[in-house]
Design a protein around this ligand. Structure first.
Ligand SMILES: [Zn+2]
Length: 368
């Protein structure tokens, strides 16, 4: 994999650099992975997928200047991950912090450069079997500033993020999209036809995303409307979707993954990154021991009793509705906490017990 990466960087550097003037993404095309989507993943997308809610463990590695300064705060990073979780709940995945953030105050790393720092960072500041989310003051790739990058599977589990783009509402979700298998909507080649007739074999190989001639600020206006005039090989005008998170549209316009993109994310997790797990066992909460935690009655009408047997590491419970929207966050400071849910609409909710060092119990709560 490494040799392929190095090979591709030397060949693909120019095209990547030329596309980055507006600080885009430097995730490198991986034809082997694209072939896999085309040959085996895409044909299976029509199959019913049996899913269960999966928790994806992550760790933040937060690089700041040597004096501790940064344009980012940890709170802003957590907020962004909350918003990522709203997107990824449609893939039945929830990113959950497994280990406390690693904070490194060092000017050398904070001005991250791919050629200088990539291998160094992955050898020194990397946790196996969790998604490593790296945040830097800036990220440079082959001489150009970029928003960030990740890597298609199989690879190490990481996203690299520049502070400039880390909290714009879409870039973190975009880079995680690559980690979980999604190509750009413009794909590796500009050969997808506007009528979608070759959608399974060209572009991003995903048929419910329209053909995309590669968007940018010159072809998407500030109202998020596509204004380009590009035509395909048949002379047909493109009608791309500027809201797709995997496009190069304006960052603020990107707020949509398609149903098939959600299927690819879930498929990639289950088949390529299934080993992600939080194996920290330094206290009872990390043994997936649900006996130390309960929510009752469940199903419930309004008064919920939350019982937990240890208050170590600041436990908290998060409640999300089935669209992934966070409806309530509760810090647990007593072993018995009562929560009134009378105002919640009836339906199913997901809950997640987390703490400063991670995992956690997750489950469903039915509000009657
Ligand atoms: Zn990208």
């Amino acid at each position: 994999m490494k040799s392929l990466l190095v090979f591709c960087i030397s060949l693909c550097g120019l095209s990547i650099a030329s596309a980055q003037s507006n600080q885009e993404c430097a995730t490198i095309n991986n034809q082997e992975w694209f072939n896999k989507i085309r040959a085996s993943i895409q044909p299976n997308l029509a199959l019913p997928v049996k899913r269960q809610l999966s928790t994806i463990p992550y760790q933040i590695h937060f690089f700041r200047a040597s004096d501790g300064s940064s344009n980012l705060t940890l709170a802003e990073i957590y907020n962004e991950i909350d918003s990522v979780n709203q997107f990824y709940s449609n893939s039945d995945m929830v990113f959950v912090e497994c280990l406390s953030p690693q904070i490194i105050d060092d000017d050398f790393y904070n001005a991250f450069d791919y050629n200088t720092h990539h291998a160094d960072v992955l050898s020194q500041f990397y946790t196996e079997e969790v998604v490593n989310m790296y945040f830097y003051g800036s990220v440079n790739f082959n001489g150009s500033p970029v928003c960030g990058y990740s890597q298609y599977p199989p690879s190490e589990d990481y996203v690299m993020m520049s502070a400039n783009c880390a909290t714009n509402g879409s870039t973190l979700a975009h880079e995680l999209g690559h980690l979980f298998g999604l190509p750009h909507t413009h794909g590796g080649t500009p050969d997808e036809l506007a009528d979608g007739s070759n959608c399974a074999t060209e572009g991003d190989y995903i048929c419910d995303t329209p053909a995309d001639p590669t968007l940018g600020t010159s072809t998407v206006d500030t109202n998020c409307v596509y204004t380009g005039t590009a035509t395909d090989a048949n002379g047909m005008p493109y009608a791309p979707d500027p809201s797709n998170i995997m496009s190069y549209s304006r960052k603020k316009c990107r707020n949509y993954f398609s149903p098939m993109q959600y299927d690819v994310i879930n498929y990639t997790y289950l088949n390529e990154r299934y080993y992600l797990t939080c194996s920290v066992t330094s206290d009872g909460l990390n043994n997936h021991d649900e006996k130390g935690f309960s929510i009752a009655p469940n199903p419930g009408i309004e008064d919920m009793n939350i019982v937990i047997n240890t208050l170590a590491y600041h436990p908290k419970v998060l409640f999300m509705d089935i669209s992934g929207k966070m409806v309530h966050t509760l810090n647990l400071s007593n072993t018995l906490t009562q929560l009134n849910t009378a105002a919640w609409p009836s339906g199913m909710y997901f809950y997640l017990l987390t703490n400063d060092i991670g995992k956690i119990v997750s489950g469903k709560y039915i509000k009657q």
